[in-house]
Design a protein around this ligand. Structure first.
Ligand code: WQD
Length: 349
């Protein structure tokens, strides 16, 4: 079976994708520098798949470290998750984001060309669309009207990948995620943000756990049904399935993909206040909140057009918001009980 290199494979989406690819019979090799993840995620992956994971601690901005992995292994395809992803942090330190995210991808492309690896799935983001007047957002919409350096770094990486794919006969698929949520049903894997979370769901989980007093709802004066902003929340396991389908497409012999970009979303908009209700229904607990001012840079409404993912990958997200909230809460409860994810408590027995 094919050998797939997963950069950032200890991260939220990377670890869930590593589990799925391994369960589907792929050999996987994870590299990560733990800037936004922890080794415990790799232990969780191993516990779920019941086997050891091939891993090297690598900073992709260090071309020698990266080359050492390629010189000792042969890969049939790469999934490139590694990258900094905080919108607010990027606003405060744009150069850190451009250095890290763009240099990592340039080093990876140089290694791909040196070792003749042509197939790459790239973790992109719906934020490359920036401010768009109409929804749902479709892949042929203009990209680049980005509103923060994180989004701009994703946009620039897509431009680079497209140019190099065409010039060097590579086969590259950029997957534009909307809002990843949820956790593995085992309760072993989930998102573990450092410090006070910026994103909605991790913040709600900490309010439900009593770690934070209440949620600030950033605006209830948008032109939406309940006044709060709307997003396309997609379960992380559905995202992993989208990556599996993209890898399968790139690896199949008759694949003619040179460069392509595909949305991964549910295609359904859900408001902040609706998310609160879903968490309350899933957990049986109230989410205390207050209405605050709009957050700078936020879009009123964003959700995906999903027909291209369906037509080209045969992908449709299947998991509901309620399922995502249940899975998130299960993972959070184990973190609360053990101060880590569940696998740590299992290892200590
Ligand atoms: C969702 C909604 C907020 C926190 C960003 C990135 C995107 C991806 C996901 C990386 C918005 C509201 C939030 C809070 C709130 N990241 N909110 N109170 O901004 O849509 O997307 O994170 O891959 O690329 O752009 O996600 O979860 O921060 O916000 O009211 O405490 O929840 O205003 O409407 P966002 P989010």
């Amino acid at each position: 079976m094919a050998n797939v290199l997963i950069t950032g494979g200890a991260g939220y989406i990377g670890s869930h994708t590593a589990v799925l690819l391994s369960q589907e019979g792929y050999d996987i090799y994870i590299i990560d520098n733990f800037i936004n993840s922890e080794p415990s995620a790799l232990r969780a992956v191993e516990k779920i798949i019941s086997k050891c994971v091939q891993f090297s601690e690598v900073d992709l901005t260090n071309s020698e470290e990266l080359d050492a992995v390629f010189s000792k292994n042969s890969f049939d395809a790469i999934i490139h998750f590694a990258g900094l992803k905080s919108v607010s942090e990027s606003v405060g330190d744009p150069l850190k984001y451009y250095n890290n995210n763009i240099s990592s991808t340039l080093n990876l492309l140089n290694s791909m060309c040196k070792y003749n690896i042509t197939k790459l799935v790239f973790s992109s983001s719906a934020t490359v669309y920036g401010k768009c007047e109409t929804v749902p957002l479709a892949e042929d919409f203009p990209i680049g009207q980005t509103t923060n350096p994180y989004a701009t770094s994703k946009f620039v990486q897509e431009l680079i990948l497209k140019d190099v794919a065409l010039s060097n006969n590579l086969n590259i698929m950029a997957l534009r995620y909307f809002n990843p949520v949820g956790a593995h049903t085992s309760g072993l894997l989930g998102e573990k943000p450092r410090g006070i979370p910026n994103n909605l769901c991790p913040y709600i989980l900490q309010v439900l756990s009593g770690k934070l007093d209440r949620l600030n709802v950033f605006g209830d004066d948008y032109e939406t049904a309940d006044g709060s902003a709307i997003r396309d929340y997609i379960h992380v396991v559905d995202l992993a399935i989208g990556h599996l389908k993209a890898i399968e497409k790139l690896l199949c012999a008759e694949s003619s993909v040179s460069y392509d970009a595909i949305n991964l979303g549910r295609g359904v908009g859900v408001s902040v206040l609706e998310m609160i209700k879903s968490f309350e229904s899933a957990t049986g607990r109230k989410v205390p909140y207050k209405i605050a001012g709009r957050r700078q840079g936020d879009l009123p409404v964003s959700y995906a057009a999903t027909d291209k993912a369906s037509a080209e990958l045969g992908f449709q997200a299947e998991r509901s918001i309620e399922q995502a909230c249940l899975d998130l809460w299960r993972y959070q409860e184990h973190l609360n009980k053990t101060g880590t994810s569940k696998e740590q408590s299992v290892r200590e027995k």
